[in-house]
Design a protein around this ligand. Structure first.
Ligand code: FES
Length: 133
C-alpha cells in the first residue's frame, strides 16, 4: 500500500491507499496526488478540476520521485507556467503514484487554499516583491 505524505504549512499528513481501490471521481488521473487527496480528505487545490489546465495542484516532491509516473509533455508545458517552479515540481493531478512518496505544497498554493481562492504572495515572495520595488 503506497504511503503518501502531504506537507502543508510544515505539517505532514500521511495517507495510504490500495492500488485499484480508490473510488475514482475524476479528480485528475486515477491514483494521482489529487485523486488520492480528494478520496482521503486531504485539501489540495485544483482550480481546473484536474484537467492539466492550471497550476494550482502544483506539488514539490521531497522523497520518492522514482515512485511516480513519467512526466508527459502536457504536464511539462503546463508546469512551465507555475509560480515557484522547482526541479522537483509536479502537477498533483497528473503525477500518478506507484509507491511511497512525500510532497510539499508550495507557499503560494497554501495561501491560496487558506484564503479560499485568489492568489496571495507568500511571506518570502512578498519580501522579494518589496525589494524589487
Ligand atoms: S488541477 Fe489544474 S492542472 Fe492540476
Amino acid at each position: 500500500m503506497p504511503k503518501v505524505t502531504f506537507i502543508i504549512d510544515g505539517e505532514p499528513t500521511t495517507v495510504e491507499f490500495e492500488h485499484g481501490k480508490l473510488e475514482y471521481s475524476h479528480h485528475g488521473k486515477p491514483e494521482s496526488f489529487l485523486d488520492v487527496a480528494m478520496s482521503l480528505g486531504v485539501s489540495l487545490e485544483h482550480a481546473c478540476g484536474g484537467s492539466c489546465a492550471c497550476t494550482t495542484c502544483h506539488v514539490i516532491i521531497r522523497e520518492g520521485a522514482q515512485n511516480l509516473s513519467e512526466m508527459e509533455d502536457d504536464e511539462a508545458d503546463r508546469l512551465d507556467t507555475a509560480w515557484d517552479l522547482t526541479p522537483h515540481s509536479r502537477l498533483g493531478c497528473q503525477a500518478v503514484i506507484k509507491g511511497d512518496v512525500v510532497c510539499e505544497l508550495p507557499m503560494y498554493t497554501r495561501n491560496y487554499v487558506q484564503e479560499g481562492g485568489g492568489i496571495q504572495l507568500g511571506k518570502s515572495d512578498r519580501k522579494k516583491a518589496e525589494v524589487a520595488r
